[in-house]
Design a protein around this ligand. Structure first.
Ligand SMILES: Nc1ncnc2c1ncn2[C@@H]1O[C@H](COP(=O)(O)OP(=O)(O)OP(=O)(O)O)[C@@H](O)[C@H]1O
Ligand SMILES: [Mg+2]
Length: 405
């Protein structure tokens, strides 16, 4: 180390045999003085070194402590409830404990009620969470009123009726169920091939009631927010309770509730944890208040039967591809705003589009419109639908999506 001082020279003693007794005595005395001086100097140096050592030792301790604190200190999430003159009222997530905390003026200026922040054990705000970190806000789509009405859905009369009974009535007329003494179903599962109107149906119910509609996509839960799935499910139910009456809609539920596979990859474990959290939230749902759950899937075959047990998704509603009558209604809905030539016969088109889903019929109508535009016309003719149908069926044949349900 650069701090080590140079050692004093060692005094030497030279005794000449020729010296007289008194000369020797003087030499010895002088040597003694020299040695004492060196001794004193060395003692001083030793003391200084000791001081330095204890200084360094305490520095090491401090660093170690700091290091330990950095490694173990956990941050908690809280929401800013209110800003008072110079303090901030926070509500911790999880335990809902409210605390007042002081913040620096710089941070104070940036905070707003509703912001999410990370706090430490002593409730000091460490960071503000930006929208990106706020997985909860991202994963869940909350809307007071989705823009789909029952009238926008073609050919699903009995399904609409069933969903209304299972979800809408318990929310709008809870006393009806109480009087009769019937428990409304816990969860409703809509299943059927892609593009048949399952998502529309869930949105339409929410529109019809005053309920807050909270949508979460199963695939996002496990793909986009890796490791967060279980927590998000918990948040989802918490949020619904806060906003009741509410409808929780879990789209593509197969992504988090598929049968246990043989492989034991970590991805599977994550999916399992997310599903277990969902099951436990549903099981603890008696005191849920005005919250309904709807889920949808086009992979019914993949579902873990555990989620279908009583008290969970115990009302199954199949949403199949539309029949001829349904196809005609769907075509009517999607051509309502189009100018159709007199020669367009929607009933006839419905007859020849066996196997088309609602989504495919919608794109058929759009395609027909494109042919008319390409032709420089302002109305859509029967021939445009024929061309469109040909195009859509060849596309179908090229890459037929397999319907699993
Ligand atoms: N029954 C229907 N009536 C009217 N339009 C429909 C119907 N079914 C589907 N559509 C049209 O297709 C689009 C997709 O429908 P939706 O998202 O409800 O399908 P889905 O059953 O949820 O499909 P997926 O299983 O792929 O999620 C809708 O936005 C709508 O334009
Ligand atoms: Mg859907």
């Amino acid at each position: 180390m650069s701090h080590s001082p140079s050692l004093p020279d060692r005094p030497t003693l030279e005794l000449d045999p020729e010296m007289s007794e008194s000369e020797r005595l003087d030499a010895l005395r002088e040597h003694y003085l020299e040695v004492s001086q060196v001794h004193e100097e060395l003692t001083e140096q030793l003391d200084a070194a000791r001081d330095r050592q204890s200084e360094l030792r305490s520095e090491v301790n401090d660093l170690q402590e700091e290091n330990e604190a950095l490694k173990t200190s956990s941050l908690y999430l809280a929401t800013v409830e209110e800003l008072t003159d110079d303090q901030v009222l926070l509500k911790q997530h999880g335990n809902n404990q409210e605390v007042l905390t002081e913040v620096s003026p710089r941070l104070y200026d940036r905070l707003e009620a509703g912001d999410r922040v990370a706090i430490n054990d002593s409730f000091a705000i460490q960071t503000m969470l930006d929208a990106e970190t706020d997985a909860r806000a991202q994963a869940m789509e909350v809307s007071a009123e989705p823009d789909v009405a029952y009238d926008d859905i073609g050919g699903l009369e009995s399904q609409i009726q069933e969903v209304r009974e299972a979800v809408e009535d318990p929310l709008t007329n809870p006393e009806k169920f109480e009087t009769v003494g019937v428990e409304p179903p816990t969860g409703v599962l809509l299943y059927g091939p892609p593009g048949t109107g399952k998502t529309m149906l869930a949105k339409a119910v929410a529109n019809q009631t005053d309920a807050t509609f909270i949508k979460m996509a199963g695939s996002e839960l496990v793909q986009k927010f890796i490791g967060e799935g279980a927590r998000l499910v918990r948040d989802l139910f918490e949020l619904a309770a806060e906003r009741e009456p509410a409808i929780i809609f879990i789209d593509e539920i197969d992504a988090i509730a598929s049968k246990r596979t043989e492989s034991k990859t970590s991805g599977d474990a994550e999916v399992q944890r997310t599903m277990m959290q969902l099951l436990s939230e549903m099981d603890g749902f008696d005191q849920r208040g005005d919250v309904s759950i709807i889920a949808a899937t086009n992979r019914f075959d993949m579902l873990d039967r555990a989620i279908l047990r009583p008290g969970r998704f115990d009302r199954l509603i199949e949403v199949p591809d539309p029949d001829a009558e349904g196809r005609e209604k769907i075509l009517e809905i999607h051509t309502a705003e189009m100018s159709l030539h007199d020669d367009v016969d929607l009933e006839a088109i419905a007859e020849t589009t066996e196997g088309f889903s609602g989504a495919e019929l919608e794109s058929l109508a759009t395609e027909a419109g494109m042919y008319a535009i390409r032709d420089g016309r302002t109305d859509i003719q029967a021939g445009d639908f024929e061309d469109a149908q040909e195009k859509v069926s060849t596309e179908e044949a090229a890459g037929t999506p397999i319907a699993f349900y």
